[in-house]
Design a protein around this ligand. Structure first.
Ligand SMILES: Cc1ncc(COP(=O)(O)O)c(C=O)c1O
Length: 368
């Protein structure tokens, strides 16, 4: 099975957001001498947005927590970042308004990368947001292989920082296990305990209920796991963060991976050990998806509405198949049509596109 995170990257959307301005995706460049490349100084987030056809609303999941984590990653790597929460949401909304396809979800990737400066002096950074559509269909169970590559430690490559450099080892691990026929890898930490998967956290079910490794074991402080914790609390399922031995994982009742892009994906095999996919994790996955789709509300989970049907400018209906299908999708009786391909449009403001629509009639971002 192709990894969900890989599929998004194969798309070439028409637009990206560069420091708050829309630019054609193919025109986004980086100089070879930028520290983003020479010293891998780039931190990022993966933000998911869900279209709710019942309420004709597009919501971003946990944008405040993503903003906070990006800010913390930037601080820890001494990268300047002064984008407010409101502006962070405005930029995501602006891009989503261009790229949203109603029958799909959207995965947005804000990347803050160092464009100027040298060894921490004169550092300047740019925030680019790219976005890719994702199918709403349920992800099939995955097979995981334990990699020989190890997740770094806090004193060599801090794993609390969501930095691109951490994904060098993740990529090696994924390449390694794919050759053995697996979809994704489990990375162990230096002590040989489970750290995480390449782009998601590892979750197992034991007698205790749901168990996940804490950040101190090398797992990213996952926003999805925080939501699963809330769901477990509400649904009376045990939830524990504690170190996880490799053999505990192999002997677990159930296994899954959790992350913004993977949501809660069930795992039916780890290194030849089989797991059922019809238990606690399947039920948790259904509950999680109901919250994401706006069918359920979970206190403490931030689903921030940013676009509604009213945000579709009437003038665009005439020129854009995408917005026309979006308008149709919000009429309950009408099935959405597929969006025809369209070339990137240059606006009257040179090669960039201004943010007037996103800044005007959109839902106002709220913190909860
Ligand atoms: C390495 C890694 N671990 C875990 C996660 C899951 O984190 P979150 O749930 O915040 O997306 C991600 C995804 O962003 C990741 O890249």
């Amino acid at each position: 099975m192709a990894h969900v995170a890989s599929l998004s990257q194969l798309q070439t959307p028409p637009w990206a957001s560069v420091d708050g301005e829309l630019k054609p995706y193919t025109d986004v460049n980086l100089h070879i001498s930028a520290e983003a490349l020479t010293r891998a100084l780039s931190v990022f987030e993966g933000v998911k947005g869900y279209w709710d056809p019942e309420e004709s609303t597009f919501r971003l999941r946990s944008p405040a927590a993503h903003h906070e984590r990006l800010k913390r990653s930037a601080q820890l790597f001494h990268i300047p970042f002064d984008v407010s929460y409101e502006e962070f949401v405005r930029r995501h909304t602006q891009l989503a308004a261009e790229l949203l396809v109603p029958e799909k979800d959207l995965w947005l990737r804000p990347t803050l990368h160092v464009t100027e400066g040298h060894w921490g002096e004169g550092t300047a950074a740019t925030m680019v947001i790219t976005a890719f559509t994702q199918t709403k269909s349920e992800t099939a169970p995955m097979k995981l292989g334990v990699s020989t590559w190890r997740r770094g430690t806090d004193v060599d490559l801090p794993t609390r920082v969501k930095g691109s450099a951490n994904y060098v080892v993740a990529r090696l691990a994924r390449i390694e296990v794919r050759k053995r026929g697996y979809d994704d890898a489990v990375l162990l930490n230096r002590e040989g305990r489970v750290a995480e998967a390449t782009g998601a956290c590892v979750v197992m079910v034991t007698d205790e209920g749901v168990v996940v490794p804490p950040s101190s074991e090398g797992a990213l402080d996952s926003l999805t796991v925080r939501i699963l914790e809330q769901l477990c609390l509400r649904e009376g399922v045990g939830f524990t963060r504690r170190p996880m031995d490799r053999t505990e994982l192999l002997a677990a009742r159930e296994v899954g991976i959790a992350g913004t892009i993977s949501e809660l994906t069930l795992v039916d095999e780890v290194d030849g050990f089989a797991f059922p996919t019809d238990g606690v994790l399947r039920d948790l996955r259904s509950s999680y998806m109901r919250v994401m789709r706006g069918e359920d509300h979970l206190p403490g989970v931030d689903m921030v509405p940013v676009l509604t049907a009213q945000d579709i400018a009437p003038d665009e209906l005439a020129t854009s198949g995408r917005t026309a299908s979006l308008r149709e999708a919000v009429r309950p009786a009408t099935r959405p049509r597929r969006r025809p391909r369209r070339a990137p449009r240059a606006s009257g403001r040179g090669r960039t596109r201004g943010g007037s629509r996103a800044g005007s009639s959109r839902c106002t971002p709220r913190r909860r």
